[in-house]
Structure formats: C-alpha cells, structure tokens
Design a binder for this molecule. Structure first.
Ligand code: XMP
Length: 507
C-alpha cells in the first residue's frame, strides 16, 4: 500500500491532513517530527508532508526533522510552519510578520504542479505569525495573499513545495484538490486505501496472534466492529463481554443483548454491574475523577471475568484515532484534552496485552467497515456514546434521580429527532442534567425543579463540533415533552456552544 507520511510539528490540524488524504483513498500516517531516518525508510513513503506548528524556525528550540530527509529526493510539502521550515532548510529567510488568522484571498502567480487546476484565486485559511521573506534559490513564488508575498512556493524540479495556508481545513477552497495534486500527481501515490483492503489486512494480522482474546463490547459501532473482525480471524478464541455499568441509555442493556444474540454468532456474555459502578461514584463530582472511576471499575469487572473464564492473553478495545490524539498518547505533541478511559493504558497486574485494531481509523471509516461486515443499519446509524456513559452527561455527582432524568429526557430528544428526520443528520444528541434548579409553576403550584440541558451537535469527526440549528418547532416539542413527562423538571435549555471552546460532553 502506498503511503504518505505526515510529520507532526504540533498543529491541532495535523491529523486532518491525514484525514483529507485518506478521503481520496491514499493511506496517510501521522508520525512525530523527530522520527528517525531509519524509521522513515521502514515506512517507505511516496512523499512527506511537514505539518504546521506553534514554533518559529529561527528560535533556538525550533523542532527540526532529520537532515537526511532532505537528501532522499522524495516529494516534500510544507504547510504553515512546515512551509517556513522548507524555506529555511533550502536557504531562504523567514521573519516575524503581522499575524494573519482566518480566511485570506490567495492569488495564483505562476503555473505549478501543486496549484494546477485550482483557478486564478481561492479563499485560503491562514494562521501564522511568521512569513517567508526570501525564498530559496531554485524556487518560484506560485501564490500570494495581501500580507504574505510568498504564501505558496514551488520547485517543480525538486518536487518540493511550501504553502503558508492550511489546505486540510474545510475553510480553504479546493484544499483537497491541492492535496490531491501533491499526493496523486507529484508523489504518484496509488489510491489503494480501501476499507475492504483494511479488513483483509486486519484479519490477517489478528489471525497471527496466539492466546485468547477478551473483547469489551458496548453495543456501539466501534466495539462491535472490533468483535466481528476478531471473530473473523480467530472465532472461538474470542469472548465478548458487555458490562451494564448502570450508566447506559434507557433500555440499552436489553437492546444490546438482543442485537448480539439475533445478528451475530460471536461468544457473548452480559454482566450486570450497575450497583458496583454507582456505589463507587457516590459523592464524586469532579469530571476527571468520575472518568477514572468508571475506567477502573471496567478493569475490575474484566479482571474478575478473566479469572473465571480465562486465561486470556489480550483485551480488545474499540479505540479510534481521535481518542488516541485527544488523550495525548498519540505519537505527536498534541495536548491532553480529556482522558479517554480506553486509551489510558492498562495496569500491569491485569497481565493483558491491548489489541486495538481500529486505532488508526476515523469514525466514518469504521462505519464503512460496519456496512461491509453486515452490521444492521440501525446500529451504525446510532449516535456514538462515550465509554463513561451518562456519568459525563450528568454534571456533578451521579445520583439515581439525575440518572433517571437524563435517561428519559435523552430518549425524548432522540425520539423527536427521529420523528423530525434530524437524527441521522446530526452527530450526537442528548439531555444533560446538573444540580442547578429553577422555579416553575405546575397547575397553580410553585415548584422548584431540575434544569435539563439539551445538546445536539453537528460534527464530522468529533474533533470540532457546532451546535445544530434545530427548527424552533422541534425544540419546542422536546421541551414540552420533557417538562410534561418528567415530574422533576421545570426548565429546559439548549446548549449553543461550539467545540472549541466547549467540548461535546459537558464533563
Ligand atoms: P468531547 O466531549 O471530548 O467528546 O468533545 C468527543 C467525542 O468523544 C466521546 N467521548 C468519549 N468516548 N470514552 C469514549 O469512548 C470517553 O471517555 C469519552 N469522552 C468523550 C464523545 O461522546 C464525543 O463523541
């Protein structure tokens, strides 16, 4: 399989470069900027992209890649900081400039393989404080903006390019076309990254492992796909465990059990551990503490199961690429945003190795695999649900009353989205509840009841999200039903914060 390597210099957008490239069926992988030359050779890439990053090339601590990369005669594309790195390494000059953030008009100055076919000008997304003052000899300027005269440079002869803007963000017009020009025309990479190919390779790799596998399934798309892939590879050596942690959506325990029993032939066991989890969460208000407790309890439940039903050598999980990045355990320098319990690692005493066959994938890629593996349509259209469940949708302590409110109100939100045709269009939707109360009137009586917060968001990959502009009529119906059908609720609010600065879940 042909591969493009993306060297991560610390931009929050680095992984998006990989994502955009994979969208046109070429495999791209994010690696740390200081990856060794030998490692790069092992990857055998068709081309290398330097990502953006917060540093300045002229600072003493500027991150620089192995020098030998520049002697490999491989096509290179530098983006933002990567652009400045190319200018600097090939003998040009970079200087501090006026900061330029947001959309700028990029005017094309010269023909080049990189910008061919994109027209005379495009809107391009800029986010930089330095710029190329002098371009290296052998390069030409192929595009400028009002404030950056060398916003795009090229040496078609060397196949080396630098662009100050970010083609990977959707705000850059024809950004994907520019990446396609680099990957397909300049690097000549083959479009052979397909999900059928992924399944074949994953099954082949898994079939080579020895020992038994314990797979935690949640009924969600990720763990179901993991279970099916492993089942395809090793059949009876796999045991799937579903843990009812008391933090699930309304009636979810029954639905998951039925779904597995009716559709798949995998070994499946359901464990009711709700009391155990809720007991441990009593009195705990801090979001990270709640996540840690849920993660630890999962491990205890698995460990007890493993003692009884083992021995197991592996614990399989449905970890995805965004989980890895956001947990800061990726290979790049991205900051920890939230600790996702399923990528925090396992304690040594558990004596299990982790098997994460989807670690490189985005959600939409997993959905495609689910379709191929024959997962029922109802399941892969279901919204993602976080591992720590309702504990991250209940603000403050998890209490039985707040759990009940969140479950029933979320069900109402879900039903109204299905009814209005919005369910499949939005990324996630739920109703959260905290400890704040507000006064209401019920009949002639004054009542001090709970406030429910409805959150419905649009997103492509959960890395960024925006609140869904639902029609007022749909919101009204949700609100009326929630206050009528749940006795303890007097007020309903709608969350209108995007991510960033908020996150999708409130805890
Ligand atoms: P945030 O709240 O960080 O969520 O914007 C991004 C996406 O991740 C889900 N999420 C989790 N998934 N374990 C998971 O498996 C977790 O601990 C976790 N926390 C958040 C969230 O539902 C959203 O889709």
């Amino acid at each position: 399989m042909d591969k493009i390597l993306v060297l991560d210099f610390g931009s929050q957008y680095s992984h998006l470069i990989c994502r955009r490239i994979r969208e046109f069926s070429v495999f791209a992988e994010l690696v740390p900027y200081d990856i060794s030359f030998e490692e790069i050779q092992k990857h055998n890439p068709k081309g290398i992209i330097f990502s953006g990053g917060p540093s300045s090339v002229y600072s003493l601590k500027a991150p620089v890649p192995e020098n030998k990369i520049f002697e490999m005669n491989l096509p290179l594309l530098g983006i933002c900081y990567g652009h400045q790195l190319i200018v600097d390494k090939f003998g040009g000059k970079v200087k501090r400039a006026n900061k330029e953030y947001g959309s700028s008009l990029l005017t094309i100055d010269n023909d080049s393989d990189l910008l061919s076919g994109i027209g005379q000008s495009v809107r391009a997304w800029m986010s930089h404080g330095d710029e190329a003052e002098e371009i290296p000899s052998g390069f030409k300027i192929i595009g400028h903006t009002q404030s950056a005269k060398a916003a795009a440079i090229a040496s078609d002869e060397k196949s080396v390019y630098g662009i100050q803007f970010h083609p990977e963000v959707v705000h850059t017009e024809q950004g994907s076309e520019i990446l396609k020009n680099f990957v397909l025309k300049i690097c000549k990479a083959k479009q052979d990254w397909t999900m059928e190919g992924f399944i074949e390779t994953a099954v082949e790799k898994i079939s080579k492992i020895d020992g038994n596998v314990l797979c935690g399934v949640s009924g969600g798309i990720d763990s179901t796909v993991v279970a099916l892939l492993i089942d395809k590879a090793i059949g009876n050596r796999l045991k799937c465990v579903f843990v009812d942690n008391g933090l699930l959506r309304l009636n979810e325990e029954k639905e998951v059990e039925n779904m597995f029993k009716e559709n798949f032939k995998v070994n499946f066991t359901s464990i009711n551990a709700g009391q155990q989890f809720l007991e441990k969460l009593k009195g705990v208000e801090d979001p990270e503490a709640k996540r840690k407790i849920v993660g630890e309890e999962f491990i205890h439940v698995f460990s007890n199961f493993a003692k009884k039903e083992g021995p197991f050598k592996w614990l399989a999980q449905g970890t995805l690429y965004p989980d890895v990045i956001e947990s800061g355990v990726s290979k790049g320098p991205a900051d920890v945003i939230k600790s996702h319990h399923n990528v925090g690692g396992l304690p040594d005493w558990l004596n299990l190795e982790i098997l994460e066959p989807l670690r490189e994938l985005y959600k939409d890629e997993v959905r495609e695999i689910a379709k191929i593996l024959g997962v029922p349509e109802k399941l892969f259209m279901r919204h993602p649900f976080p591992g720590p469940g309702l504990s991250v949708r209940i603000i403050g302590e998890v209490t039985p009353i707040k759990l009940e409110i969140s479950k029933v109100a979320s069900k109402i939100v879900e039903e109204e989205l299905i009814e209005s045709g919005f369910y499949t269009k939005v990324w996630q939707a739920y109703a959260a509840v905290g400890d704040d109360k507000a006064v209401g009137v019920v009949g002639d009586e004054r009542k001090y009841g709970n406030i429910v917060m409805i959150r419905v968001v649009d997103s492509i990959d959960a890395m960024t999200a925006d609140w869904t502009r639902l029609p007022h009529g749909v919101l009204e119906k949700m609100s009326n039903r929630i206050t009528n059908e749940i006795e303890d609720v007097t007020w309903v609010t709608y969350a209108i914060s995007s991510k960033p600065p908020a996150t999708i879940e409130p805890q």
